[in-house]
Design a protein around this ligand. Structure first.
Ligand code: 5CA
Length: 446
């Protein structure tokens, strides 16, 4: 992409309404624009990152054997009356009446609708196990929408639902989701720690939230610092292997890590003092096992293979896809702007022409642009007729992990400059070497 042709409305002023750094940088970098309280338009740069994150979620869901689908944002109130949640959900639910006077609502989650689809189509245990998921907009009329996309009213969420014959199978689905979430967050360059939590209006006793530690997080969390040393890494796991998934579950959830809702001072006090930590965290996902709560209410039954019928065991599993942009920025930025992890960056590398209009600089930049593109990478070429200082400022703000700077002096010596956004370290090398280096850096992400 050539910056001169792109729509990147970078703000010069610091937006006053932003209380946290991620919100400020998303506005300043021209990623989002508020449409009304807690509701945002996604401008091209923000949309690109949103899609990258969404794509990682899809890939990891497919790897775990879950099926993507899409349900509507507007739902009939009737199903929610069947489950008893229409009244219970309260003011967070946006209720709408259509022209025929029928009660509708904007989906805050979709346990009812998915259970309705299941009961209409599945009648035998032979069709189990089954996990269906979608990535769809949700609406919750939050009392205090704030921090930009982190607590929106409209937000983009992955919600998945497992259907199993037995509790044991459903707990395997729970463990499988935990494993796939660990992989998902790590691919986004995040450390998200599973913590024992409270289930709220979704219900059930077993639930873990995934938290990214950050001072601006809305949740207070308590944990054994040993949990921050755990990483999933590039282990290969067979998602159908119950014991293997259970072992990962045990590894990542045995040490103390809880949100304030489930915090237990007595247990916490048993951790050696130097490892006892209190911090704040951003909840980027949550998994639930709630047994037959919805299948009983809505009559989602299957033949159990022994002549009887049985309500299926279920769980639901969410990832805050739009919130993740905020969480990633909170976890990865400096005072000049965002620093995207390589897995989610909107463009792979910025090309900065120090002297647009200079024939040698223009030609070298064009050549780099063509070679990087041919290598399957997406460069962002700042070809604008601007001061070098303004170009550096924009690149730093939008946070591409790598920048290649092309200037007349370097070209005379046959080199360009490759700079890491994270470390600020620059190295001079021939353009061909710069292209090769980018290919190597991004090989794991393409
Ligand atoms: N049905 C279950 C699982 S799919 C569910 O709704 N879970 S949830 O309530 O925990 O939401 C899933 C994730 O959506 C949360 O972990 C959080 O990351 C994100 N989320 C929830 N509310 C908001 C909000 N107001 N703004 C942005 N993201 C949100």
């Amino acid at each position: 992409m050539r910056l001169s042709r792109y729509f990147l409305p970078v703000l010069k002023e610091t937006p006053r309404e932003a209380q946290v750094v991620s919100h400020r940088y998303m506005l300043q970098a021209g990623m989002i624009k508020q449409a009304s309280a807690g509701i945002y338009s996604w401008l091209p740069l923000g949309y690109k990152v949103l899609k990258k994150i969404e794509n990682i979620v899809h890939e990891e869901q497919a790897r775990a054997g879950h099926h993507a689908m899409l349900m509507p944002t507007l739902q009939s109130a009737d199903l929610w009356r069947e489950s008893g949640r229409y009244d219970a959900y309260g003011d967070e639910m946006l209720r709408i009446t259509d022209r025929g006077g029928r009660d509708m609502l904007y989906t805050p989650t979709a346990e009812e609708l998915i259970t309705d689809i299941f009961r209409a189509n599945v009648t035998s245990y032979k069709d189990l196990p089954l996990t269906l998921y979608q990535i769809q907009w949700k609406f919750r009329d939050e009392v205090r929408p704030r921090f930009g996309v982190m607590r929106g009213r409209e937000f983009y969420m992955k919600d998945g639902y497992n259907f199993d014959l037995t509790k044991e199978d459903a707990l395997h689905a729970y463990n499988r989701h935990l494993v796939s979430y660990l992989r998902t967050y790590e691919r986004m360059g995040l450390k998200a720690i599973p913590m024992r939590a409270d289930s709220g209006p979704i219900g059930g006793d077993d639930t873990h939230e995934f938290l990214v530690l950050a001072d601006t997080g809305e949740s207070e969390v308590f944990y054994d610092s040993a949990v921050t040393d755990l990483t999933f890494g590039d282990r290969e796991i067979d998602y159908t292997d119950k014991a293997a998934c259970a072992a990962v579950m045990e590894e990542f959830t045995t040490k103390y890590a809880r949100t304030d809702e489930t915090h237990d001072e007595t247990l916490f006090a048993q951790i050696p003092e130097e490892r006892r930590k209190t911090a704040r965290g951003i909840e980027v996902g949550q998994i639930f096992y709630f047994g037959t709560k919805y299948s009983d209410a809505l009559g989602a039954l299957v033949d159990d293979g022994a002549g009887g019928k049985q309500a299926v065991h279920m769980g639901s599993h969410g990832i805050g896809v739009s919130r993740l942009l905020g969480a990633i920025i909170e976890a990865s930025h400096d005072d000049k702007g965002i620093i995207w992890p390589e897995g989610v960056t909107p463009f792979h590398v910025g090309i900065l022409n120090m002297r647009s209009g200079d024939a040698a600089c223009d030609a070298a930049c064009e050549d780099l642009y063509a070679q990087l593109t041919q290598a399957g990478l997406e460069p962002l070429y700042d070809d604008r007729d601007e001061r070098a200082g303004a170009k550096f400022g924009t690149m730093d703000m939008i946070g591409l992990p790598w920048r290649i700077t092309v200037g007349p002096r370097g070209l005379k010596n046959g080199v360009v400059e490759v700079t890491s956004r994270r470390t600020g370290q620059s190295t001079e090398m021939p353009a061909a070497a710069a292209v090769a280096q980018m290919k190597t850096h991004y090989a794991p992400h393409l």
